[in-house]
Design a protein around this ligand. Structure first.
Ligand code: AMP
Length: 249
């Protein structure tokens, strides 16, 4: 079974986001970029399926600038077999990503596409769902546990208030939630080996996709600064503040 894992290059999750002074977006200059954490979980799950003998080949795909090769190399060092970089400079919206992935799915014919549930930069949570819709494939989003059989996959999903289990006929789309697994760190020998694994470089036009944004960002602002805490002397004072200042009672 072949698995496709789309991996996005995003600002490292440990860094504090800074808004550009003209409020047109987030300042990414000279900052560390890494693989989106939910994509790491997707790669890890694919590698575990390969280790179990369920999966035979893992193809990591990234759509982004030249440097997104590094993100693909990380996936290769974790255990993916080969990569595809679709070079696009500037922002690519989920619909364009989904259309490009559809082209790759048609060329590669994977049985499973495992994406992150969301990219932590745009927080869209759309690509997996859009890809499932345009392919007409079943989708299991927010996966907490996967059980892959010969012609179906059982997905336990995180939903509000609990877990929901669904059976999907293969081929299918999965998006990963936080508790699906804990991604491994790539070992040094595997990082060295990954340098020799092949990465194909493509353009969005190879899949007939126009990546021109359809959305216009009007303004990006930082969240309001947190106010300092106060100590209250009595329960009555606490209740009063909750009622009259915080307005939560
Ligand atoms: P989003 O819908 O933007 O929140 O992203 C959800 C998931 O779609 C990510 O975790 C990736 O698996 C995939 N994805 C989104 N954008 C890209 C991209 N530019 N390159 C590769 N995968 C992507």
């Amino acid at each position: 079974m072949k698995v496709l894992v789309p991996v996005k290059r995003v600002l490292d999750y440990n860094l504090k986001v800074k808004v550009k002074s003209d409020q047109s977006g987030v300042d990414l200059s000279n900052l560390k970029m890494s693989m989106n954490p939910f994509c790491e979980i997707a790669v890890e799950e694919a590698v575990r399926l390969k280790e179990k003998g369920v999966v035979t080949e893992i193809v990591a795909v990234s759509i982004g600038p030249e440097q997104a090769q590094e993100t693909i190399r990380t996936a290769l060092a974790m255990g993916a077999d080969r990569g595809i970089l679709v070079k696009v400079d500037g922002d690519v919206e989920p619909l364009a990503v989904a259309k490009i992935l559809k082209g790759i799915v048609e060329a590669e014919q994977p049985q499973l596409v495992v994406l992150g549930k969301q990219a932590i930069d745009d927080d869209s949570n759309q690509t997996g769902q859009m890809l499932a819709a345009i392919l007409g494939w079943p989708q299991g989003t927010f996966a907490y546990k996967l059980d892959v059989g010969a012609d179906k996959v059982t997905v336990t999903r995180e939903v509000d208030g609990g877990l929901q289990t669904v059976d999907l006929q293969l081929p299918a789309i999965i998006t990963t939630d936080l508790r699906l697994n804990e991604p491994r760190y790539a070992s040094l020998p595997n990082i060295m080996k990954a340098k020799k694994k092949p990465i194909d470089v493509k353009a969005a036009s190879d899949y007939g996709v126009d990546t021109t944004p359809r959305l216009k960002v009007l303004k990006v602002t930082e969240p309001p600064k947190r106010q300092g805490g106060v100590k209250v002397k009595t329960v009555a004072e606490l209740v009063d503040k909750l009622k009259n200042e915080a307005g939560v009672l």
